[in-house]
Write a protein that binds this ligand. Structure first.
Ligand SMILES: Nc1ncnc2c1ncn2[C@@H]1O[C@H](COP(=O)(O)OP(=O)(O)OP(=O)(O)O)[C@@H](O)[C@H]1O
Length: 284
């Protein structure tokens, strides 16, 4: 099938009773990009993932995944999708290896693929351990292994780094980037702005069911850099803030010449402050 975008949403809306959770969402994901849907708790992120993965039929608009309407996803499309959602669906008393073996059968993968993916996610040594004896970080890695083992074209990740320690988060990010290098498109949700800024090619900020900003994280931050200032920390502990204009360079040169500079920072906002500016709400 020919399609020019991996995921396309056209006026997606969702209501539950009299509550409108998503309002007219238009978004397009190009092939091979990492996209992050950002919003505070209850913003509607999981609802959108459910619609895109065919688990929920929207009340308005339409969406396509790999050129197919999400209301008509077939098993051949599902085999091109990998998902890490809240309900992990792991068999708690089965070992890591046996959990993956079940999925390898469904996807008709060669046996060697199980050891290969266990190695990739750093769980080869724990292959015989039952899932209910895994740490939280190991659990997330086995869930990732299951989602990645059939080399999906599209990966849906609902809060992939949530409640994990920083080193596990870094490992999960490395796995996500590796999938991108292999050509996969990644749709992830997060309420962690730092995670999104590090990982994503594009993000959309979701507030009360609407996209309030969309773009590359760095470009968004630059766009909201109204103050355009430079903050200089001096070795004596003093802090100097300069307007980022031509005469700032002379001042900075002077500070350097007299070896006073400890560090220099831009005062560019981060995604969190942009969201606050747009919505008057903090992320929590
Ligand atoms: N099946 C449902 N019936 C009624 N309301 C629902 C249903 N599913 C979700 N909601 C409501 O829709 C809103 C958005 O929920 P959703 O789970 O999509 O948010 P979220 O952004 O993923 O939040 P979190 O980060 O906490 O998971 C919430 O107010 C939730 O209570």
């Amino acid at each position: 099938m020919n399609y020019d975008s991996s995921i396309k949403m056209m006026g997606i809306s969702q209501t539950f009773g009299d509550k409108t959770v998503l309002k007219n969402i238009d978004l397009t994901l190009g092939k091979g990009e990492i996209f992050g849907l950002l919003g505070p708790s209850g913003a509607g992120k999981t609802t959108l993932i459910k619609i895109l993965t065919g688990q929920l039929v929207q009340t308005g608009g339409s969406a396509e995944v790999l050129g197919t309407d999400t209301r008509k996803l077939t098993s051949s499309i599902y085999t091109k999708m990998g998902m890490v959602l809240d309900n992990t669906g792991l068999y708690e008393r089965l070992s890591c290896r046996d959990n993956l073996a079940l999925f390898a059968q469904i996807y008709r993968l060669p046996k060697g693929k199980i050891r290969e993916i266990l190695k990739d996610v750093g769980l080869l040594e724990a292959e015989k351990r039952p899932v209910n004896k895994l740490s939280k970080g190991m659990r997330q890695r086995i869930v990732m292994a299951r989602a990645l083992m059939h080399d999906p074209e599209i990966l849906f990740l609902d809060e992939p780094g949530s409640a994990l320690d920083p080193s596990t988060v870094n490992e999960i990010h490395a796995l996500i980037r590796r999938e991108q290098e292999k050509g996969a498109t990644v749709f992830l949700t997060t309420h962690n702005m730092e995670e999104a800024a590090k990982l994503c090619d594009h993000v959309a900020l979701l507030h009360e069911g609407k996209i309030v900003e969309y773009g590359n994280p760095e470009e968004i931050c630059r766009k909201y850099n109204h103050q355009n200032r430079i903050r200089i920390l001096l070795k004596n502990g003093r802090e100097v803030t300069l307007q980022n204009e031509s005469d700032a360079a002379d001042k900075i040169r002077e500070f350097f010449a007299s070896e006073q500079v400890e560090s220099i920072h831009s005062t560019e906002p981060n995604l969190e402050t942009v969201f606050l500016e747009l919505t008057g709400r903090r992320f929590e």
